[in-house]
Design a protein around this ligand. Structure first.
Ligand SMILES: Cc1cc2nc3c(=O)[nH]c(=O)nc-3n(C[C@H](O)[C@H](O)[C@H](O)COP(=O)(O)O)c2cc1C
Length: 158
């Protein structure tokens, strides 16, 4: 799949089928995250793969009870291990690779980070950047619109 094709197809999937994610597809999504750039190539990142229903249940409780966390067969918890103020593009890479494989994801930012860290035994200096459900879309959601380019692009000044 072309990059632009994946960009056009990707959407935040909030409703998942119970179909499991094939291990080779999961591996490709993780590999996409591994290949993402990082400041000074320090690769201060750790990806936690959560597929245990009991752990997903606990994570859902720490994220406003968002159902997709339990519905999706896998939740990827992306962590910045040091210098957490640096931007982490790995999540975007993983979302696009997932899309190219026919899988859905959603970037979740609304959760109690301290509580999530306690559930997953994440060390104090590490920041949880996102929790990302991964699985097959049940096909119920329409795509969301974007502003036109001329509303968001400036040339040589703001
Ligand atoms: C930083 C960030 C945080 C987000 N947090 C949540 C969230 O906690 N819960 C949720 O349902 N969607 C969350 N989203 C998904 C957005 O709602 C979604 O990207 C936006 O509505 C556009 O929809 P689309 O991704 O389908 O194009 C988040 C997205 C981003 C980029």
């Amino acid at each position: 799949m072309e990059v632009m094709e994946a960009l056009l197809q990707r959407q935040s999937v909030k409703s998942y089928l119970p179909t499991p994610v094939e291990p080779e597809k999961l591996a490709q999504v993780l590999e996409a995250g591994r290949l993402a750039p990082s400041a000074f190539n320090r690769q201060y990142r750790r990806f936690i793969v959560v597929d245990d229903p009991a752990v997903k249940h606990l994570l859902r409780e720490k994220a406003g009870a968002q159902p997709m966390i339990e519905e999706a067969p896998v939740v990827l918890v992306l962590c910045a291990t040091e210098e957490p103020d640096f931007v982490m593009p790995c999540g975007a890479y993983m979302m696009l690779q997932a899309c190219a494989l026919g899988l859905g994801t959603c970037w979740l930012g609304a959760f109690d980070a301290q509580a999530v860290k306690a559930v997953l035994k994440i060390p104090p200096q590490v920041r949880v950047v996102t929790m990302m459900p991964l699985g097959y879309h049940d096909g119920t959601q329409p795509r969301k619109p974007r502003k036109p380019l001329d509303e968001i692009v400036g040339h040589n000044c703001y």
